[in-house]
Structure formats: C-alpha cells, structure tokens
Design a protein around this ligand. Structure first.
Ligand SMILES: [Zn+2]
Length: 233
C-alpha cells in the first residue's frame, strides 16, 4: 500500500486534487476552489475571498485549465524520462540550473546588502555610545537610538541567516535530481491527476494574475515547482 504522508487533509478540498498545492503568485496565500453557476469549477485567491479586493486580486483560474496544464507537463516529463534516459539527468540539472542561478544571484545580493547595512548599524551603535559618553547626546535620546539600532542589528542578522539558508537550498545536487527521476519513473503513464500523484511529484504550483500578452491575448502564468528539482523548463 502506498502511504503518502504529504497528502493534505481538507474536507472542503476533497474534490480538488490540487488542495494545498496552489499558491497565489502575488500574495502567497493558497488558491481555493469555487463554482460559478454550478458547472465550471475555478480557483481563486483565498486572501481575495476572505479579505476582499483591496487585499489581493481574484486570480480567476479555470480548474480545467490548471488541470490540463499540469497534466501536460507531467506527461511531457514522464515521456522525457522514459525516452531519453541517458540525457535526462544532465538536462534536468541544467534546466533547473538557470532558474537557480537567478535565485542565487538574488540571495547573494540580499546578503551583501544586509551585511553592509549591518556594518553601518554596528558603527552607528558605537558612535551613539561615544556621543553619549562625551555629552553630545542626552540619556533619553541615547536610549532611544540604542534600542533602535539594537533591533535593527537583530533583524539584519536574522535576515542574513535566512538568505544564507535559501542560498544553500538553491544548490541542486545530482542526488536530488535522481530522486525525482525515480519518483516519476514509477509511472508507466499518467492519464489523470490525483492528489497522491501531485503531492508525490510537485512541491507547489504558483499562479499569477492574468496579464495581457504583447499580442493582446490574456495569459495566466503558471509555475510548477517539482519536488527535489524545483522549477524546470
Ligand atoms: Zn493573492
């Protein structure tokens, strides 16, 4: 018997195979299902549903559309894994690599920025004490500044360690790619989406608000983050 500990429990989402997997690209909340006029099931931003249009936008996503997109991508990767066994490992390492490189640069920049600010704050902290010691600053202002800088120091140190952790996560290994290949290889074919299948292969799906393409067509950007390998093209 297959036991999937990652399976999300949700009574409301019982008929939604994507329950707990789909997130709003703008606010980060989940997308939940809703029905319009009985027939067409769709997903919408939960924050929008709960807090209204000032909190986020609708993120109207037809269930069938999301289902189709995800099914096609999984079928595509399954075929690739079965047909190009010798090349797929390198391809997956490279494919995810572009995305991870962008992420890495972003985190490195953030670490640099926070480190620089932390050094400045450290200096200001010392200077505040010197100013107080030689009477250029009264006690009340000294206490106020001291607290302010101390809080910022803690906040920055926190940020730095968080970014460093994320930076480590972007270093995909061959081992991770193999894990994902093993997971998907178990299937000889994928003809329908089920919650256990999705939870086994996919970490999360991010859906962005509809935008108008350069040629005037409405487009919904859907990003699929697979387990172990992240976003692959
Ligand atoms: Zn949202």
């Amino acid at each position: 018997m297959h036991i999937n500990s990652r399976k999300r429990q949700s009574k409301k989402g019982a008929d939604n195979v994507f329950a707990g997997l789909v997130f709003c690209g703008e606010c980060g909340w989940t997308l939940c299902t809703a029905n319009c006029k009985k027939q067409a099931k769709y997903l919408r931003c939960n924050k929008y549903s709960v807090r209204g249009k000032t909190a986020c936008s609708l993120h109207f996503t037809p269930f069938k559309l999301l289902y189709g997109v995800v099914l096609l991508r999984l079928q595509y990767w399954l075929l690739e894994v079965h047909q190009n066994q010798d090349k797929i490992l390198d391809r997956l390492l490279q494919s995810g690599e572009r995305q991870r490189e962008t992420e890495r640069k972003h985190y490195e920049k953030e670490i640099q920025r926070a480190t620089k600010r932390k050094k400045d704050v450290d200096r200001l902290f010392v200077k505040t004490y010197e100013d107080f010691a030689c009477g250029r600053l009264d006690e009340e202002n000294y206490e106020m500044l001291r607290t302010k800088y101390r809080n910022e120091q803690i906040q920055l140190a926190d940020q730095i360690s968080q970014y460093e952790e994320k930076l480590t996560d972007t270093k995909a290994t061959e081992e991770n790619v193999r894990k994902w290949i093993d997971l998907i290889s178990k299937y000889s074919e994928i003809n329908e989406l089920t919650a256990p299948l999705l939870n086994e292969l996919i970490d999360k799906i991010v859906v962005h608000e509809k935008r108008i393409d350069t040629d005037g067509k409405p487009t919904i950007d859907i990003e699929i983050y697979y387990r172990f390998v992240g976003r692959i093209d």
